[in-house]
Design a binder for this molecule. Sequence first.
Ligand SMILES: [Zn+2]
Length: 340
Amino acid sequence: MRHLPELFELERIAEAGLRHNMEVRRLCEVDAAGQKLPIYALALGNPDKHIPAAGFFGGIHGLERIGTQILLVFLRSLLKRLQWDPVLHRQLESVRLVFMPLVNPGGMLLDTRCNPQGVDLMRNAPLDAVDKVPFMLGGQRYSSMLPWYRGSADAPMEIESQAVCTVVEEELLARDFSLALDCHSGFGTRDRIWFPHAHTLAPIPHLPDISALEDLFSQTYPNHNYLFEPQSHHYLTHGDLWDYLYLRSEQMGKRIFLPLTLEMGSWLWVKKNPRQMLSRKGLFNPLPSHRLQRVLRKHSVWLDFLTRAACGHRRWLPQGAERVQHHERAYARWYPGLKL
Ligand SMILES: [Zn+2]
């Protein structure tokens, strides 16, 4: 029997959370190495659908354990604060917080990016890119033995992807305002906040809202070091789960759903400690304990900010002339070649 410490910790958190009215949902089970591994969703706060929500997702790629670990640390600190912090209790009356820290437990157990079926869950949504994607990396249907496999064209979505869709549809898209953060690692030397699209070079309709959210964060925490940009600046993909869910929310009309991805710059960790290149784990995760601690610490401000930004969205979502300004600025910055 192989041990998956992240799942163990998630289950301890779920147990401890029951005392604090945390809702724990066991969505489904996946088979991996002869074991059955559950996929959980945890929720805190007001379930009223008129209340905004923030969703946190991690472990979609099994090798990127650090994303799961960041969310587990965040959950632990929320649980601790629930014991003594009346301000958090008041905050949770006006926001819903949803967590899926370990979407792909089978992949994490097996030390693979994909799920146990060999499918890359970030290429698995029923959505084709409309602009040119890079060969292979953009998603391929040749073989599950090769990376970035989308799954076969006539198969339903993998159960892990379906579990994410269920939680997003029920907990986030059912509300007038929600945002999501999906935690990944493995790209570049800086921590990036990516927003859609990934299936087209075209900007999203909520570009002004993303721009306003970035301003809000930068003015509240001027020393942060995140780079905000559309994923399409780097590469396009088929089957992006967040594009798919964003388009779903657009079809539902009149609601705002802002899906963001934290892409931690793991090349920096490799640069500081080149021996990490010798292990697959080392390419995606900080290995020395001081660096791991620093990484676990540094994102807590951003996670906490998102819960508050969801809570206070009416005070910062840009309207009227301000919205036009954000629109123009965002186009000039991120889409300089495009006409408004
Ligand atoms: Zn990833």
